[in-house]
Design a protein around this ligand. Structure first.
Ligand SMILES: *Cc1c(COP(=O)(O)O)cnc(C)c1O
Length: 389
């Protein structure tokens, strides 16, 4: 096997593919829905119908697959479509284990549709190998799910240790790698069987498309055909243009993720020393409970996402979020611009997220302007609290 280039090279060159017809270095867009059948036999010549046979997918899937060190990748219409395809493979009575702090869309989906489907779902507060071992139901537990660092408190999970426990019980290890990206963590190397992404975040990186992807580990090619059938039957397919745009976005993935990680580290250090901040949650800080695992498991940075708890509680947190200027108040993450969000408010009344928590996705702006902006917002909120204004 030839050695793959460094991920930076891999992303920047998108594997160096060229268009055979024109020698174009950038991928062509191929929106055709239908492909000619063999003229002599009216048989299937190659491709037939583009639902899950779209040539615009090929290079995008190949790049994500190479970045993750997988045996194959499938694009989906969204991150949720990729994730739910993994769970929809299961049968009534099957059991799955997840951390309490998991992407809220998946929690909502499992609680509504997963349970109606007959899935048994265990959410664990502490996601340690011992806790998972205790929660496993022999012969019934099919999936052990991870998300690391996890939204929105950035809990770090030990992928290798948990994969070992899950595999001993015959369960599949699935990981949502949206936050870390393959630039910082390649879960398959640590034992994961399947890695999913919301391509809407860092992979695309420009906040202008919704996409998802699932990558399977070498040796688990069986999952690939399974998921492809799911994608074809449920129809959660990506548009040609989105596949093309995602490929374009990924060319700067390594550069963006490293810059955003470095800026997040600086922002976290600034916040940690601030009097109006009760706690900073960022895996790059030595004070973070997951720091040691993150150091082992992540390379080249700790990601562009951080959260902090405002000393004055929920009202003060909301005041801070409403007083930023350069930073803007918005959902989502992984784009070029920095956004802040009161997460519990978005997740709804049964959210386990602390009410005084603000989540930040660090973009690519000048770091001193970001620090200055947060500084003035924190000060204004502190003054408001002190004077009761
Ligand atoms: C956004 C997100 C998803 C869902 O992805 P969509 O593309 O919005 O469907 C899943 N997991 C994580 C961690 C996310 O941030």
């Amino acid at each position: 096997m030839t050695r793959l280039p460094h991920p930076d090279t891999l992303a920047a060159t998108a594997l160096g593919w060229i268009d055979r017809e024109t020698d174009a270095m950038a991928a062509p867009l191929r929106p055709s829905t239908s492909f000619l059948r063999d003229p002599a036999h009216l048989d299937r010549a190659g491709r037939m119908f583009t639902r899950d046979d779209n040539p615009s997918y090929q290079q995008t899937e190949a790049v994500i697959n190479a970045l993750e060190g997988g045996a194959g990748c499938l694009l989906f219409s969204s991150g949720m479509a990729a994730i739910t395809a993994v769970f929809q493979r299961l049968a009534p009575g099957d059991h799955v284990i997840l951390p309490v702090r998991v992407y809220s869309g998946l929690r909502d989906w499992l609680n509504l549709h997963g349970r109606r489907w007959g899935l048994e779902v265990s959410y664990l507060q502490d996601y340690t190998p011992a806790a998972i071992e205790a929660a496993i139901i022999p012969g019934k537990t099919r999936i052990v799910w991870m998300e690391t660092p996890s939204n929105p408190t950035w809990v770090v999970t030990d992928i290798a240790a948990i994969s070992k426990v899950a595999h001993e019980a015959g369960a599949l290890v699935g990981i949502d790698n949206t936050v870390s990206t393959p630039i910082l963590t390649q879960p398959i190397r640590h034992g994961a069987d399947i890695v999913v992404h919301s391509g809407s975040k860092y992979l695309n990186g420009h906040g202008d498309l919704i996409a998802g992807a699932a990558v399977v580990a070498p040796g688990r090619e069986d999952l690939l055909s399974d998921l492809q059938v799911q994608r074809n039957h449920y129809g959660a397919i990506l548009g040609s243009f989105e596949a093309w745009l995602l490929l374009r976005g990924m060319r700067t993935l390594a550069l963006r993720v490293r810059a955003q990680s470095a800026a997040a580290m600086k922002l976290a250090a600034f916040l940690e020393g601030h009097a109006a901040v009760a706690e900073v949650l960022y895996p790059g800080l030595p004070s973070h409970p997951g720091h040691d695992i993150a150091r082992r498991q992540m390379a080249g940075g700790f990601g562009g996402m951080l959260s902090f708890r405002v000393a004055g509680g929920e009202a003060a947190a909301k005041a801070v979020a409403s007083r930023v200027g350069v930073i803007r108040q918005a959902i989502s993450f992984g784009s070029t611009e920095t956004v802040i969000e009161h997460r519990a408010g978005m997740e709804g009344p049964d959210s386990p997220t602390p009410r005084d928590l603000l989540r930040i996705s660090v973009g690519l702006e000048n770091i001193d302007e970001l620090i200055g902006d947060l500084g003035q917002a924190l000060e204004a909120a502190t003054i408001q609290k002190e004077t009761g204004a």
